[in-house]
Write a protein that binds this ligand. Structure first.
Ligand code: HEC
Length: 139
């Protein structure tokens, strides 16, 4: 009984409509923070067939569900990278320096093992050019 009384103010605090900051929300009974792969960028506005699309935003929006932190593509690739002796950060496509644009495009159009191929409706050729250019920007 005493315990219940002590916890009552905490429960009230969680219900008063204020958003607790960051990770505190989980310990106070609120929803846990959204996983990174569910916090994708908006689809960039404009003509999807025109050149010069925003590669970073497109990568986040079109590929991010699997290739941002915590995504299933990241998890699988992290396992492969670690098995190959590379640091786990290399599981994120955005950190890779060994990808080239032709390889990225062929994986996206043809699929690779657990990755489904993506059609020109899901990702147009102009969008894929922008994504491949962004992923290989550090080369
Ligand atoms: C439905 C989830 C999913 C989506 C969406 C997705 N991928 Fe993948 N991707 C995967 C998985 C899973 C793998 C690992 C495949 C395997 O080895 O089994 C992968 C692998 C890759 C690889 C190969 C990396 C390597 O080391 O060989 C590239 C390149 C790639 N994805 C690019 C992309 C791009 C670019 C997009 C967006 C246009 C994208 N993927 C969208 C799941 C996804």
């Amino acid at each position: 009984m005493k315990r219940a009384l002590l916890l009552a103010p905490l429960a009230l605090a969680a219900c008063n409509g204020q958003q607790p900051a960051g990770n505190a929300s989980a310990s106070q009974g609120g929803p846990p923070p959204m996983p990174v792969y569910q916090m994708r960028a908006e689809m960039p506005a404009g003509d999807r067939l025109a050149a010069g699309r925003d590669g970073a935003a497109l990568f986040s929006n079109r590929c991010g569900a699997c290739h941002l932190a915590g995504g299933m593509g990241t998890n699988l690739l992290t396992k492969q990278q670690v098995a190959a002796g590379n640091p786990p950060e290399m599981g994120l496509l955005a950190n890779r320096k060994d990808l080239n644009a032709d390889y990225v495009k062929s994986v996206v159009r043809g699929g690779k093992m657990a990755m489904p191929r993506l059609s020109r409706v899901e990702v147009t050729d102009a969008e894929l050019d922008a994504i491949a250019a962004w992923l290989t920007r550090a080369r």
